[in-house]
Design a protein around this ligand. Structure first.
Ligand code: ARG
Length: 478
């Protein structure tokens, strides 16, 4: 087809007031079909609901409405089976569906757009799509949570350092660390699932000021089974607002942030320096030059894709900022950002799950990182030991600081210092302090709600297993 060929851009359905066809440059930037074809299910559903309502209200004859609905069902079958052929004049999914409908049913096809505009049509398509996309994304988040819960059941009793400022802080159970992500993902799940709930249906808002036909907006809203059964209250708002879409992408971006942090933990843990974890072959990558390499590309891409989804969110906010009220074509660009966010998030969730299903932990390396003499991860325990015996915590903190300095000078762990050094640091110390200075005692002591005590972690793990319907396997994985 030549650049300026007769059908390029087409003397399309909308060019009645123009002479000649659209300039190819405008056609290229204006054509959204390659992106918004993804809305075809919602577009057909919306049109069926609209046509049935037009027939029921006598705005179209019952026979015409029936023919339109039958034609739309054929269009749907063509789209489903992949036999739908787009034509050069199909500017977007709405025009493509209507053009094909008209080919199939004749002039009645041209009646479908009565009492409707592409502006409320696209808003309705997206409204429907977001609800469905929420369910899809939320289900994938659940799968990642389940993978984390299974790991927590298998290796949750391993002890590793908990970090602040990426410096070793205190001993923690691996189960506690993994369940932290389960909690974060639970909020991500809920956010994704609920973001659209209650948002009213825009269909029937027309181009900008509503429609002048006796339409039944409640009927179409209810028929569509979207996020709410109420029609939107203000037509200008309905056709020009994209805040729900933006919130959806924010929910995706926040989930992506969670996954990027999980990715970073996996990147760190699989280094020689940490050595806490090893990813299976299927979820590791090689180097083109260094034969020994075992790279965590999947985990790194969790960080990278997060940047992309965050970018989609910024795109959407930028797109809307300063738009005069009413529909503006800028808004067509919203779907590219939405679909990209959805696709990237779904790829991220899938790879996170795959990595979590194929990771081995080095429990000995984790424990060694806790007990390494120079780490002093039990210093808080010594301070708490004093404070629990009536010493003001600040005084205890200072005394144990001196103790750490003494241990550092001797190149030994805190618990390796003789009692007289403890006593020199603070006279309250007696030999029972040594009982508090083990990783096991440190985690066992943290029984307050939300702490890493084994019974807490077990309780939380059991709660998540029940909530996520994770079946417990009889034996430990390895
Ligand atoms: N493809 C358009 C979009 O995505 C549909 C609405 C077009 N409306 C218009 N007045 N040109 O926003």
């Amino acid at each position: 087809m030549s650049e300026r060929g007769p059908v390029r851009g087409g003397k399309g359905l909308l060019r009645g007031r123009f002479s000649g066809e659209v300039h190819p440059a405008l056609d290229r930037i204006n054509r959204s079909l390659p992106v918004d074809v993804r809305l075809w299910r919602e577009d057909v559903d919306g049109s069926v609901a609209h046509a049935e309502m037009l027939g029921a209200r006598g705005i179209l004859s019952k026979a015409a409405a029936r023919r339109i609905v039958a034609g739309l069902r054929r269009v749907r079958r063509e789209l489903e089976s992949g036999t739908f052929v787009a034509k050069p004049g199909d500017e977007d999914v709405h025009m493509a569906v209507e053009r094909r409908l008209t080919e199939l049913v004749g002039p009645d096809g041209g009646r479908l757009h009565t009492a409707r505009s592409r502006n409320d049509q696209v808003a309705t398509d997206v409204w429907l799509y977001l609800g469905r996309a929420s369910a899809r994304a939320a289900a994938r988040v659940r799968d990642v949570q389940r993978a984390l819960v299974r790991l927590a059941r298998r290796d949750g009793d391993a002890i590793l350092p908990a970090y602040t400022h990426l410096q070793r802080g205190q001993p923690v159970l691996l189960g506690h660390h993994l369940l932290a992500y389960v909690e974060m993902l639970a909020r991500d799940h809920d956010r994704l699932l609920t973001v659209t709930i209650g948002r009213p249906c825009p269909l029937g808002s027309g181009a900008c000021t509503g429609v002048s036909y006796p339409i039944d907006r409640r009927r179409t809203a209810r028929a569509l089974g979207g996020p709410a059964t109420e029609p939107s209250a203000n037509s200008l708002d309905a056709v020009s607002s994209r805040d729900t879409l933006t919130e959806w992408v924010y929910a995706a971006a926040q989930a992506a942030v969670t996954l990027s942090r999980l990715g970073e933990d996996l990147v760190l843990w699989t280094t020689r320096e940490f050595g806490f974890a090893r990813l299976g072959d299927a979820v590791s990558t090689g180097s083109s030059i260094m034969p020994q390499k075992r790279n965590p590309d999947g985990a790194e891409l969790l960080r990278a894709k997060c940047a992309r989804v965050t970018g989609d969110l910024v795109t959407l906010l930028g797109l809307q900022k300063g738009l005069p009220l009413g529909y503006n074509k800028d808004l067509q660009e919203d779907k590219a950002a939405l679909f990209d966010a959805e696709d990237q998030l779904s790829a991220m969730l899938d790879v996170a799950r795959a990595m979590l299903e194929d990771v081995r932990f080095d429990r000995a390396r984790m424990r060694a990182a806790v007990t390494e003499a120079s780490g002093y991860l039990l210093a808080t325990e010594a301070a708490d030991w004093l404070a629990k015996r009536g010493v003001p915590f600040r005084e205890a903190h200072r005394a144990v600081g001196a103790l750490v300095r003494a241990a550092e000078e001797r190149h030994v762990a805190l618990e390796a210092l003789p009692l007289d050094v403890f006593r020199a640091a603070h006279p309250c110390f007696d030999r029972t302090v040594y009982r508090a200075l083990t990783p096991e005692a440190a985690v066992a002591a943290r029984t307050a709600v939300g702490g890493t005590a084994p019974e807490n972690v077990e309780r939380e793990l059991a709660r998540w297993e029940a909530h996520l319907d994770v079946r417990r396997r009889p034996a430990r994985g390895h």
